[in-house]
Design a protein around this ligand. Structure first.
Ligand SMILES: [Zn+2]
Length: 355
């Protein structure tokens, strides 16, 4: 099993060792910054329980992996990507096979938890969102689809969906992010409907947060429109509330969360593709305020274009609302079946099926 760490600078040396009680793998990287954490393979196998980071002596980075089961021989190599400045550290975790891992004390069934999916119906109350030609208001459509998604997920064992609003009510974007964090969400899904001056624009899109540059000019403009709610209708927010936290550490946590968001968004897109047109076939990124929880994977779904008369009609129909909600629900469930938190009911179900 391999862990990939993409580094901003190539450390001259690095040191890897293991610790026991509990089992940990520690990676020390002098003078290093990590740009992205690709933990796909790790999560899929569920052997790495937790990844933590710490800065030491100003410049040095320590990565600690809490692992289930005893690590075998751990090896590593660092190489530079051909034709780019990216440096990648590959750590082969040398874990004992998964059967040995299962000899670990199993989590008590009573301690298992549901996966919390926080569903945000975009806009609401004094903020109507975008308007269709037939005066359909985005806030109404988003509430209907969000409610359908809530109902669908409630029927799936191991999931606990939470609605941020269940009525025509205004909430600031910051309040929505806070609710997701307070609910200890495993995922935040914010539901919207797109609008564009060109009436022919159509299809669904899935967005994740961009911490740097937005993926396209369109994504940047859309983020600006969606973020207007707080400016137009809300109070002015203080943006940096945690100046004492090391910025690098926030970036690192966000990058790991962002990886999960994009991965989940990809699965959702596969399901949307079956029931509707896709505006863009991959997860796009933009600076959406509602996606800014540093510790909650978050996605914004533009379900269709309310500005397109044909799609406006669809968005009003119960049948289409249900179809979209089913695709979102299937995507979320699929993603968590492959990436279940170790202490979740879903993880125990997946293990049972595999055995
Ligand atoms: Zn919107």
């Amino acid at each position: 099993m391999k862990l990939h760490l993409d580094l901003d600078s190539l450390p001259e040396t690095h040191n890897i060792f293991t610790l026991e009680n509990p089992h940990r793998i520690v990676i020390d990287l002098p003078s290093s910054r990590v740009s992205t954490l690709l933990s796909k393979e790790l999560k899929a196998r569920g052997t790495v329980r937790r990844i933590r980071y710490g800065k030491r002596n100003y410049d040095d980075l320590r990565v600690v992996l809490d692992v289930n089961g005893k690590p075998g021989e751990v090896s590593s190599r660092i190489y530079q990507f051909k034709g780019s400045n990216k440096k990648r550290l590959v750590v082969d975790l040398g874990m004992a096979p998964i059967t040995a891992v299962e000899q670990d004390k199993p989590v008590d069934a009573a301690d298992l938890r549901d996966i919390v999916v926080v569903i945000d119906a975009g806009h609401g109350g004094k903020d109507p969102g975008a308007l269709g030609h037939r005066k359909t208001q985005e806030k109404d459509v988003t509430l209907k689809i969000a409610t359908e998604l809530y109902k669908k997920l409630r029927r799936v064992k191991g999931f606990n969906p939470v609605l941020i609003r269940d009525a025509d009510q205004y909430l600031s974007l910051t309040a929505r992010v806070q609710m997701a964090r307070k609910s200890r969400a495993d995922l935040l899904v914010s539901i919207h409907a797109d609008a564009f001056p060109d009436k022919s624009a159509h299809g669904s899109s899935v967005y994740a947060l961009s911490t740097k540059k937005p993926s396209s000019r369109a994504a940047e403009l859309l983020a600006r429109t969606e973020n207007q709610a707080d400016k137009l209708f809300g109070e002015i927010e203080v943006s940096d509330t945690r100046p004492h936290l090391n910025k690098t550490l926030i970036d690192l946590a966000q990058n790991a969360v962002l990886e999960s968001s994009i991965e989940c968004g990809d699965v959702i897109l596969q399901h949307l593709d079956k029931v509707t047109d896709l505006h863009k076939p991959t997860v796009e990124q933009g600076g959406f305020a509602v996606l800014r929880a540093p510790d909650v994977p978050s996605l914004l779904i533009e379900t269709a274009f309310i500005s397109n008369p044909r799609e406006e009609r669809k968005l009003r129909s119960r049948r289409y609302q249900r179809k979209i909600a089913k695709a979102l629900s299937d995507g979320v469930v699929d993603y968590f079946m492959a990436n279940a938190p170790p202490d979740s009911v879903i993880a125990s179900l997946v293990t049972k099926q595999a055995g």
